[in-house]
Design a protein around this ligand. Structure first.
Ligand code: ZN
Length: 274
């Protein structure tokens, strides 16, 4: 692991002196008051802040670890420290779902998979938080596709601000080099959050959920989502919708955890959150 900077974590007085009973207690009480990157000045410090907070929050969460280059059906997870993006190999070349966080990490992960950044002509975004779009500045040949509601989030987290080249719609079916990708709107983590069913096999979840250390589906930490309750409702609605449509994904691929080879976790999640 490369150390990017030092985050100063502050816990309220009630949590000092051995009062922290669980990681969740600490996560919900803590605030990151300051981030000092090792390499540069104020601009870099500002850009690192939200990602460092996410890193801290997820480091304290109980999750299944991300395995670099692990295949989940047609997609392959590309690891970038605490986040991941998904590589889809098609007959029209590689497609990325999300763009990871750091450009040099993304370049290295693509090279491991046999590709150069210029080979990537399309990126589908589950959402546009910084740790999912930071790698876009490396992908100069790629068209960016996302739901329209994600436009302001994308502009906020890219510099110069990127726009959505191809606006996706809920229920849209894309054919990408022989692979069908179905778009599902799942607002809550951000307003324009999406999930993608790839090749009828793999449900790419972004930050709409993650796999806990026990291999169960759970929400990302609540303070990371714009509307956490809505995010849960959206995911339950998606599970019901997949069932109505006769879709039975065999794999789940979240961004901030490893994936699951078992859709039973979808049903258990829906039943526990209705
Ligand atoms: Zn996010």
């Amino acid at each position: 692991m490369r150390v990017l900077g030092v985050a100063t974590i502050e816990l309220p007085a009630s949590f000092r002196g051995g009062d922290v009973r669980t990681n969740d207690d600490a996560v919900h009480a803590a605030s990151v008051s300051h981030v000092e990157p090792l390499s540069s000045g104020p601009a870099r410090r500002r850009s690192l802040w939200p990602a460092a907070l996410t890193l801290f929050t997820l480091a304290c969460a109980d999750i299944t670890p991300i395995a670099n280059q692990r295949e989940y059906g047609p997609v392959t997870a590309l690891l970038d420290l605490f986040t991941s993006c998904q590589l889809l190999r098609t007959t029209d070349g590689p497609v990325l779902i999300d763009a990871c966080w750091r450009t040099e990490e993304l370049r290295a992960r693509l090279k491991e998979a046999g590709f150069q950044p210029e080979d990537v002509k399309r990126v589908l975004l589950t959402h546009a938080h910084q740790d999912h779009v930071g790698g876009l500045s490396l992908l100069t040949q790629a068209r960016v596709a996302a739901l329209a509601d994600e436009r302001p989030v994308l502009a906020q987290h890219t510099k110069p601000a990127r726009t959505i080249d191809d606006v996706l719609t809920d229920g849209q079916r894309l054919m990408l080099g022989g692979v069908e990708v179905v778009v599902y709107a799942v607002p809550g983590h951000t307003a324009g959050s999406a999930a993608f069913l790839v090749g009828g096999q793999t449900l790419v979840l972004g930050d709409n959920a993650l796999l806990t250390g026990k291999g169960e589906l759970g929400p990302v930490p609540r303070d990371r989502s714009a509307e956490p309750d809505r995010a849960v409702r959206s995911l339950v609605a998606l599970i019901d919708r997949l069932e109505r449509e006769g879709q039975r994904p065999r794999w789940l691929a979240p961004a901030h955890s490893g994936g699951a080879p078992n859709v039973g976790v979808l049903e258990r999640y829906a039943n526990a959150n209705r």
